[in-house]
Ligand binder design. Structure first.
Ligand code: AMP
Length: 302
């Protein structure tokens, strides 16, 4: 069951109290597809410029990430620069350069059009919708992410895209900004009116919440002594979540709960090192070992 993703493939400049990287491969769709590929094949839709390094392209093939949908255009790759505060919980965006994404008109390769699981990773909401509309029929599950950049600049377009997805997966500050409501449970009710029937709220070191008609399910973040760089943690969470669902071919309540754990597991590995470094070295056995650790972390008797 293929999983389709559209989102940024980018170069990032990162700064945290643990160090600095001037230019490294990043982008929401990059983190997402690497994380999801541990569970299922992934079809990637994005655009890169002529500065895209051949060595960076090599990370996809060996991981069953299909890049027929990765278009090459004249110009520069998406570029993002961000800086994290001392506690790693807050970040400021220093630069966002859309570059080749500014004029990107995706055309889905024929073989991608039957995808049953779709993730609209962080990118312009019009572009997200364009990709979703090219998928044949109604996918079994369509989920999306977004961020303050799009909530503030393209709100009407974002509202339109929201009407067409089942799950919205965003962080706590984005939830509050989108809904204009501080309380996350009340915010979920407002977001359900916009389209999605499920809200996943990523809360950094405080874990994540899944809110739907059954109620609320919580997973913790994996307690780490030395997190280095949270970049991509949210996209890796989404990759673990959607990858698990597509691999298991189930959207049952039990599967969604396990997907939350795998999301948290993948996010936790990403923050251990800068950029994609840890994800690219990750082994399947380490994922399952950490998932078992999560079971221990949260088990108790009454
Ligand atoms: P995360 O830390 O999971 O929120 O995602 C970080 C990644 O998102 C970075 O690798 C950036 O390249 C990418 N990114 C940052 N801003 C945007 C944006 N406005 N649209 C799409 N991708 C972005």
């Amino acid at each position: 069951m293929s999983l389709l993703v559209v989102g940024s493939v980018a170069y990032d400049a990162l700064e945290s109290p643990y160090g600095k990287v001037a230019r490294t491969l990043g982008g929401a769709a990059t983190y997402f597809s690497v994380a999801a590929s541990f569970f299922t094949p992934v079809n990637l839709v994005a655009v890169v410029g002529d500065d895209f390094h051949p060595a960076d392209e090599k990370i996809f093939g060996p991981r069953s990430i299909d890049i027929e949908g990765l278009e090459r255009a004249t110009g520069k790759c998406f570029f993002w620069a961000g800086r994290y505060s001392a506690n790693l919980n807050e970040r400021v965006t220093i630069t966002t350069e859309l570059n080749v994404f500014a004029d990107f008109k995706p055309r889905l390769p024929e073989k991608y059009r039957n995808s049953r699981y779709v993730f609209l990773a962080n990118i312009a909401p019009d572009l997200q919708r364009d990709v979703l509309q090219q998928v044949k029929g109604t996918p079994k599950l369509a989920a999306m992410d977004t961020m303050n950049y799009w909530i503030e600049r393209t709100n009407p377009e974002l509202r339109e895209t929201l009407k067409h997805v089942d799950i919205l997966m965003i962080n706590d500050s984005e939830t509050r900004e989108l809904s204009n409501e501080h309380n996350l449970l009340r915010a979920a009710k407002l977001i359900f009116k916009m389209g999605p029937s499920t809200l996943v709220v990523k809360r950094g070191e405080y874990g994540a919440l899944l809110i739907d008609k059954h109620g609320v399910f919580c997973v913790p973040a994996f307690p780490l002594e030395e997190p280095h760089d949270p970049t991509g943690a949210g996209d890796s969470f989404a990759g673990g979540f959607m990858g698990y669902i597509a691999g298991a071919k189930s959207t049952s309540d039990a599967a969604l709960r396990r997907a939350m754990v795998y999301g948290s597991v993948l996010g936790s590995f990403t923050v251990e090192r800068f950029g994609l470094e840890r994800l690219l070295k990750l082994k399947k056995a380490e994922i399952h070992a950490r998932a078992r650790h999560f079971a221990k972390l949260t088990q108790f008797k009454l």
